[in-house]
Design a binder for this molecule. Structure first.
Ligand code: AMP
Ligand code: TRP
Length: 340
């Protein structure tokens, strides 16, 4: 069979749980904006159905969904250029996920490290949604025939599963229907680490607020968190090899490079030899310069929740127009009778 060439389309999603932190911004949202401006069609989703795989207070979920929409827009996502919406408004995601529940194998899901991490010791008490979460993620992507998915390093395994599901579906039904999606895990900031422990990922769910910079933090808070960030007593090296075995130092240089849109090498050639007492204020100044306008714009947008809801509703209509025909074709391939 002739290989079908899929038109390039970008899809990605973030869960509306807690505030967005710097790792989400540098590892995901900032790159979403770059891809939007590269001229490819871009679809960005707030994955509220993924969020409820662990308990969410309904009122908090509503706020977090609008806040994530506000941070997408404040970071430069243009709802005219990109399709911006929340997952639960497009039913095709869950409908395709059911088909994928029947394609993916127990053994594949049993290997997912995020499930093991999130379920913790008490696996018997984890929701069944948490277990099949990667099938819904595959449906999110494939219901748009997305070819490229920008994410941080931690999502690599889920994207491999998405590729396995697409390949098994195509193979089982003898079609070349779903694209084999490419993960886009690149840039200096695919893994931003905690400010308190350079070996742990910066995360929305870390109990210590000092471990992360939230996109809602004001200028003083950002500066304070950087001033208090853990470091070692040595001066900065002038080359990247000098950061070996110094995870906290590496992390701060990495954050600087990502914010300044340059490489670690170029940062080190400027700051090599400086002590942290001198480098930290430079980093704080840069972080405030780049992040404070975003948090200000977010706060402004959050004053108008109806406007945010309207944008999400319009995005959902556009998303639906792409997803529904792909779902219909999938049903047809699987052998479901559709009245026409
Ligand atoms: P999550 O907050 O887990 O829903 O993640 C949303 C997106 O941000 C995903 O693409 C993650 O890979 C990315 N991300 C989350 N934390 C980090 C981090 N510390 N460094 C880089 N990317 C991250
Ligand atoms: N699982 C992703 C995370 O935890 C969120 C997500 C859901 C996603 N569906 C997606 C990311 C589709 C990219 C594409 O960060």
């Amino acid at each position: 069979m002739a290989e079908v060439v899929h038109t390039p389309r970008v899809f990605s999603g973030i869960q509306p749980t807690n505030h967005l932190q710097l790792g989400n911004y540098l590892g995901a949202v900032k790159r979403f904006v770059e891809m939007q401006n590269s001229g490819i069609e871009t679809v960005y989703c707030i994955v509220d159905l993924h969020a409820i795989t662990v308990w969410q207070d309904p009122a908090d979920l509503r706020v977090a969904t609008r806040e994530l929409a506000a941070s997408y827009i404040a970071s430069g996502l243009d709802p005219e250029k990109s399709i911006l919406f929340n997952q639960s408004q497009v039913p095709a995601h869950t409908q395709l996920a059911w088909i994928f529940n029947c394609v993916a194998r127990m053994g594949w899901l049993n290997r997912m490290t995020q499930f093991k991490d999130k379920a913790g010791k008490n696996r018997e008490n984890a929701s069944t949604g948490l277990f099949v979460y990667p099938n819904l993620m595959a449906a999110d992507i494939l219901v748009y025939h997305a070819t490229h998915v920008p994410v941080g390093e931690d999502q690599k395994q889920h994207l491999e599963l998405t590729r396995d599901i697409a390949a098994k579906f195509n193979n089982d039904f003898g079609v070349d229907f779903f694209p084999i999606t490419e993960p886009v895990i690149e840039g200096v900031a695919t893994r931003v680490m905690s400010l308190r422990d350079g070996t742990k990922k910066m995360s929305k769910s870390d109990p210590s607020d000092m471990s992360r910079i939230n996109m809602t933090d004001d200028a003083d808070t950002i500066a304070k968190k950087i001033r208090k960030a853990k470091t070692d007593p040595d001066a900065l090296p002038s080359e990247a090899e000098g950061l070996e075995g110094r995870p906290e130092a590496r992390n701060l240089v990495n954050i600087y490079a990502a914010l300044a849109e340059t490489t670690m090498e170029s940062v080190l050639s400027d700051v090599g030899g400086k002590q942290f007492a001198e480098f930290k204020p430079m980093l704080a100044e840069l972080a405030v310069e780049k992040l404070a306008p975003i948090s200000l714009e977010m706060a402004r947008l959050m004053e108008a929740p109806d406007e945010i809801d309207r944008i999400l509703g319009r995005g959902a209509e556009r998303a639906n127009a792409i997803a529904q025909p792909i779902l219909e074709q999938t049903y047809d391939i699987v052998g479901m009778i559709r009245s026409r």
